[in-house]
Design a protein around this ligand. Structure first.
Ligand code: SF4
Ligand code: SF4
Length: 305
């Protein structure tokens, strides 16, 4: 499909904003998208211990949407959920992609290091495939909290020995540029924006947890529309009530993400706006504390049953 320069600029402006880059970056991103549209970037997407939620979230990408991304800019070599092929044909496509190498490897889900056969593709344990595919990749993106830090599969007692991608690759001695994009699921804008950044502007600046600083550099709480209520101690007594949700367990005070101004589902709403506390899904520690309830109870609303 022929694209106008104006459309490239429009997509570029949106993507540059996603990763926190100013207007001066827009022409460079537009050029990057124009380049990608003529020699589309190969992407190999593997899913391990995951619920596929990050893939579903990716399909909610907007401006450009998933169809535009996949037909204009990216060449998706393989994706367990989206591939039309099944069985031997799908596995052959995967093998051809790994043989060719040079792709960006996107990984969704943790790796069951303690029980390798708990997650296989064909006959191959996922961890083994991941290491093999990463050796041929130009860079690796861990999408979602499971791939980035273990997430829910690694929650205590972690019966499968679920481990994040970074740990598996370090143990195997594989060194590749690696970007963590946590979230349960990851926001589609975080994935698309940082993927384009990686492809055309290099690895974004990362924090100590391997996350892009521009995407995860600010505390949710500091940008929350209820911050003033927090300061005035106007707290909700239960989810759904008006007021700051701190007393019912909001983790916005220790979670770094841009949900409060980006919103979800096309910016329509987000957790706190829907009057539910942030459960800290983008934190490295998400689901690691066995005593941590998503919602906190108080004396007026005790546990029933
Ligand atoms: S609702 Fe949560 S993120 Fe918002 S001000 Fe209260 S504690 Fe902070
Ligand atoms: S507001 Fe909190 S729980 Fe909701 S998506 Fe953002 S980081 Fe996750």
């Amino acid at each position: 499909m022929n694209r106008s320069r104006r459309q490239f600029l429009k997509d570029a402006a949106r993507l540059a904003a996603v990763v926190g880059l100013g207007p001066t970056w827009v022409p460079r991103f537009a050029q990057a998208l124009e380049d990608l549209s003529t020699g589309r970037a190969p992407v190999l997407w593997l899913q391990g211990q995951s619920c596929s939620g990050c893939s579903v979230s990716f399909l909610n990408a907007e401006d450009p949407g998933p169809a535009g991304l996949l037909t204009r800019y990216l060449s998706l070599y393989f994706h367990q959920t989206l591939s039309a092929a099944t069985g031997e044909a799908a596995l052959s496509a995967l093998e051809r992609a790994v043989d060719a190498g040079g792709y960006v490897l996107v990984v969704e889900g943790a790796v069951p290091l303690g029980v390798p056969d708990a997650c296989t593709l064909g006959e191959e344990p996922f961890g083994q495939l991941l290491v093999r595919a990463a050796r041929k990749a130009r860079a690796v993106i861990s999408v979602g909290t499971c791939a980035s830090y273990g997430g829910i599969p690694a929650a205590p007692p972690n019966l499968t020995g679920a481990a994040p991608v970074s740990e598996v690759l370090a143990k195997a001695g594989v060194s590749r540029p690696l970007v963590n994009l946590p979230g349960c699921p990851a926001h589609p804008a975080w994935v698309v924006g940082n993927l384009v950044h990686l492809l055309k502007a290099g690895v974004p600046e990362l924090d100590e947890a391997g996350r892009p600083k521009r995407t995860y550099g600010q505390l949710l709480h500091d940008q929350c529309p209820h911050f003033a209520q927090y300061e005035r101690e106007q707290f909700a007594e239960k989810p759904g009530d008006d007021g700051c949700l701190f007393k019912v367990g909001c983790q916005g005070v220790i979670t770094s993400s841009d949900c409060s101004w980006r919103g979800w589902n096309g910016g329509g709403s987000w957790c706190v706006q829907a009057r539910a506390p942030c459960v800290g899904c983008a934190r490295p520690e998400f689901a690691r504390n066995p005593d941590f309830p998503f919602y906190r109870l108080n004396e007026d609303h005790p546990r029933t049953g």
